[in-house]
Design a protein around this ligand. Structure first.
Ligand code: HEC
Length: 194
């Protein structure tokens, strides 16, 4: 049963308006001859406008927040994921040498000699040379210089670095001109490279 009273309770149907009145209402579409149903609408006439504006504001606030809260903005670096391979090479991390020991002094001396330009040496900053062998693990080799020279301890390494050509004629490693004390300390450091 759809009586007149029921319809009135749900919202009155407004009779057609004059054409000028309808055109003045921007929310009414469908022509001037139609009944105005807007009183029965579940949402107000400006609900769409407000939804749109709210959406824009929300998007703007979210965007600003995401940029402002990104740690990369404050520290100037992209965050990224941690390097799962860890440090690139054991070469970067050298043996722990105690300050005051000959090995420590040797590590200080090596960069002042030409060794880093020819050798990669663990624990020595910038020692990435590839002319001579990588000195990682040199203390564990029983022979050095391509097998020509025995390596039974610090004295053998010391003798080698003091005067390579006297141990192996024609070697590509030149005599650096180290003092006995310098050679002792450098050999002590090389002995830590097991
Ligand atoms: C001009 C390049 C050059 C320089 C500078 C140089 N070396 Fe060498 N070094 C070599 C070459 C080449 C070999 C290999 C020699 C061979 O097998 O005949 C070598 C071999 C060695 C070896 C033996 C390694 C092995 O496993 O056979 C040690 C130890 C060594 N050098 C230490 C040093 C130290 C310490 C210094 C600095 C005081 C130094 N070298 C400077 C070129 C160089």
């Amino acid at each position: 049963m759809h009586g007149e009273a029921e319809q009135t309770a749900a919202g009155a149907l407004v009779p057609p308006k004059s054409s000028s009145e309808s055109l003045a209402n921007p929310f009414l579409t469908g022509g001037t001859g139609l009944h105005d149903h807007s009183d029965r609408d579940p949402f107000g006439r400006s609900a769409g406008l407000w939804a749109g504006v709210s959406g824009l504001v929300l998007a703007l606030v979210l965007g600003v927040a995401l940029v402002a809260l990104n740690p990369a903005i404050t520290n100037g670096k992209a965050g990224g994921t941690p390097n799962q391979l860890g440090q690139p090479a054991a070469a970067a991390a050298g043996p722990a040498v105690e300050p005051g020991t000959p090995a420590f002094d040797g590590a200080q001396l090596i960069p002042t000699k030409q060794c880093p330009s020819c050798h990669t040496i663990p624990g020595i900053q910038g020692a990435t040379g590839t002319v001579g062998p990588n000195l990682a693990g040199v203390a564990s080799r029983s022979k050095i210089a391509g097998g020509a020279v025995d390596n039974k301890g610090p004295d053998d390494i010391k003798g080698w670095i003091l005067d390579p050509p006297s141990k192996k004629p024609g070697t590509a490693m030149p005599k650096i001109g180290l003092s006995d004390d310098e050679a002792t300390k450098i050999a002590a450091y090389l002995e830590t490279l097991k």
